[in-house]
Design a protein around this ligand. Structure first.
Ligand code: NCD
Length: 302
């Protein structure tokens, strides 16, 4: 491994300066700054379903002049028994400069990155329930682009926090950006196990979580990471934990609503809130492309 080759594995590996650079660059690109031109190919390797993240990386690559290649993992050589290590080495030998990987296995991204030849970069586009750093970064950029600084905010994360890699990366990022109060809320089974870490508050009701909150981030129930199929009942869940207009009445006056998507209308969020004027959901999607452009630029910067 070559230490000079950058990878995006998780938030913890980024310095404060790197975090600021990425967020600011995404905001600049969103306001029309010229993207650089990067001469490299990028392979998208998604072993889990994805629409927005995969398309976002693909569009971002194209916009910075890179050649994106989508590999249909259901038809890839890993289905013929090849190890992912060998698939990745094969792609690197063909001159692929960047690998964007979504995979359920925790620790795989770091392991593969450490074994890559110098000059080949790896981006974590989702790692089980552990990390999704580009999503956390684009969420922060979405706020900044709106003129909302995370420092001093009360931010509520509501829903299936336990299985959410978006929440996991957010829990790493938000304190670094000075969020004053990070509230986690959801059914007890869906909150992180154990005691909350310093600066994090576990709330037992949705009302408690959203009261005076500046940002409310709703999460989908990650059924694919649970053994209990069909649980919880969607209507009962919506009654207790679905964000509805009335909740915004007790939130801070300018409270904004976020959701990484895919959204389940009528489950974790009422349609009128998802489509309402407090919602930044499509702004997050838009900012996702600019953040991934910023990530490619940062990775390949000499
Ligand atoms: C999330 C993911 O895949 O972790 N989606 C995303 O990348 N925007 C959240 C989810 O699947 O619920």
């Amino acid at each position: 491994m070559n230490d000079a080759t950058r990878h995006l594995i998780d938030i913890d590996r980024l310095s404060d300066d790197e975090i600021e650079t990425l967020i600011n660059r995404a905001c600049a690109l969103a306001s029309g700054a010229d993207p650089g031109h990067l001469d490299a190919s990028v392979a998208n390797l998604f072993f889990e379903p994805s629409t927005r993240t995969r398309v976002s990386f693909e569009l971002a690559a194209a916009r910075v002049g890179m050649q994106p290649i989508n590999i249909e993992m259901a038809q890839a050589s890993t289905t013929k028994g090849e190890s992912l290590e060998d698939t990745v080495a094969t792609l690197a030998a063909m001159g692929i400069g960047c690998l964007v990987l979504r995979h359920a296995e925790i620790g795989l991204h770091a392991r593969l990155a450490a074994a890559l030849p110098a000059g080949v970069h790896l981006v974590n586009a989702g790692e089980g329930s552990r990390a999704h750093p580009s999503q956390a970064l684009l969420d922060a950029a979405t706020l900044r682009a709106r003129g909302i600084e995370p420092a001093g905010l009360k931010l509520a994360v509501v829903g299936d926090v336990r299985h959410s890699r978006v929440a996991a990366s957010g829990l790493r990022l938000w304190p670094r950006l000075g969020v004053e109060e990070l509230r986690l809320a959801g059914p007890a089974d869906l909150l992180p196990a154990g005691q909350p870490s310093p600066g994090v508050i576990h709330c037992s009701t949705l009302e408690e979580a959203v009261r005076d909150a500046d940002v409310v981030m709703m999460l989908r129930i990650q059924h694919e990471r649970m053994d209990r199929s069909g649980w919880p009942d969607p209507a009962a869940y919506h009654a207790d934990w679905g964000l509805k207009s009335e909740h915004l009445d007790v939130a801070a006056a300018n409270c904004v609503v976020m959701h990484p998507g895919p959204i389940n209308r009528g489950v974790e969020i009422a349609a009128e809130v998802a489509d309402g004027d407090r919602s930044l959901i499509l702004e997050q999607v838009r900012m996702g492309v600019f953040m991934r452009m910023a990530i490619f630029e940062w990775l390949l910067k000499r």
